[in-house]
Design a protein around this ligand. Structure first.
Ligand SMILES: [Zn+2]
Length: 160
């Protein structure tokens, strides 16, 4: 670890602290040569997670790409900032907790739909129509009907 100020290799750790439940360790270091102090972060390297795509090819799991796909479905929908990123993080956590090193892309699609279904119904339909490629309009109609059915208790009580 070189000193960012003078590039000296000899530095000494003056403080170590666990962050996010010990997945990351933050270290304060001091350069032995010039005395400059700087911070380093040490993370466990995440195990490989490979996605098996529908066409049979394999690709490294890309959390940012997943977040981008979810964000696209959420365009101009009333959801909090960072909702897509949080959804992608949740999906990655679920996949990694399952312990598999390879996962079908369809499984990721299902998890994304679960997240979106809870987040925003319009976004859910947008995402589902692209990634699930509804076989026909009847399937799409069933999805929409089931969403309306879930909303009944909520709208039933509202009076104007
Ligand atoms: Zn230095």
């Amino acid at each position: 670890m070189r000193c960012p100020t003078c590039e000296e290799r000899d530095t000494r750790v003056i403080d170590s602290r666990d962050l996010d439940e010990a997945a990351t360790i933050r270290r304060r270091r001091e350069c032995v040569a010039c005395g400059a102090r700087f911070t380093t972060y040490e993370r466990t390297e995440a195990a490989r997670l490979v996605v098996l795509k529908r066409d049979g090819t394999r690709q490294e799991f890309d959390r940012d790409k997943l977040a981008a796909g979810i964000r696209k479905s959420l365009t101009r929908r009333p959801v909090p900032d960072g909702a897509a990123e949080r959804a992608a993080d949740d999906i990655e956590a679920i996949l990694r907790a399952a312990g598999a090193t390879e996962v079908d892309s369809s499984r990721i699609g299902e998890l994304a739909m679960e997240q979106l279904r809870a987040l925003d119904q319009i976004a859910f339909i947008r995402f589902a129509s692209v990634y699930q490629s509804f076989e026909d309009l009847e399937t799409l109609k069933r999805e929409v009907d089931s969403l309306y059915a879930e909303r009944e208790p909520e709208t039933g009580g509202a009076r104007r």
